[in-house]
Ligand binder design. Structure first.
Ligand code: 5GP
Ligand code: ZN
Length: 145
């Protein structure tokens, strides 16, 4: 098993998203409520790509409190509808990255809200695979219950 970098040693007081919540770092905020804020991603994948974060610090999906996650998902829905209505988005992707293996680079729970258009340049990041004989049933048994 390769040893992963211990990104999580970053103390909460050095978390850039906590600094954005506190107003210590600038951001282009587009939405906020008691539990969440949303702001433009600094390196957008499409026009309008935003991040919804919980005001409370948690490292990622494994650790976030259920109620913080629920508030973030509801805020993401609100923003998705606004992207449709104001930006003319034809669709939206929600993306969450949990751990470096899954592309997480900032270790404060966030949901990417990415407006989509039929002719935008984004490509599906994965290749659908044909499962081997019995593979689905086998993995389902590992996950069930
Ligand atoms: P992750 O890879 O962890 O899912 O996503 C982190 C996202 O945060 C990236 O898309 C990156 O562009 C964005 N990001 C990183 N630093 C900043 C920042 O200081 N300000 C803003 N607005 N976005 C940031
Ligand atoms: Zn944080």
């Amino acid at each position: 098993m390769p040893k992963s970098v211990d990104y999580f040693a970053v103390p909460e007081e050095d978390c850039i998203f906590c600094k954005i919540v506190a107003g210590e770092l600038p951001s282009d905020r587009v939405d906020e409520d008691e539990h969440t804020i949303a702001f433009m991603d600094i390196n957008p994948w499409t026009r309008g790509h935003a991040l919804v974060i919980s005001r409370n610090h948690s490292k990622n999906l494994y650790e976030v409190a259920d109620e913080d996650l629920e508030h973030a998902v509801v805020a993401a829905k609100r923003l998705a509808i606004r992207m449709r209505d104001r930006l003319g988005a034809e669709g939206v992707n929600l993306l969450n990255c949990c751990e470096p293996a899954a592309w997480q680079t900032v270790f404060h729970l966030h949901i990417h809200v990415i407006p989509r258009w039929q002719d935008d340049p984004l490509k599906l990041p994965g290749m659908p695979q044909q499962p081997g004989e019995g593979e689905l049933a086998e993995v389902a048994a590992e996950l069930r219950g």
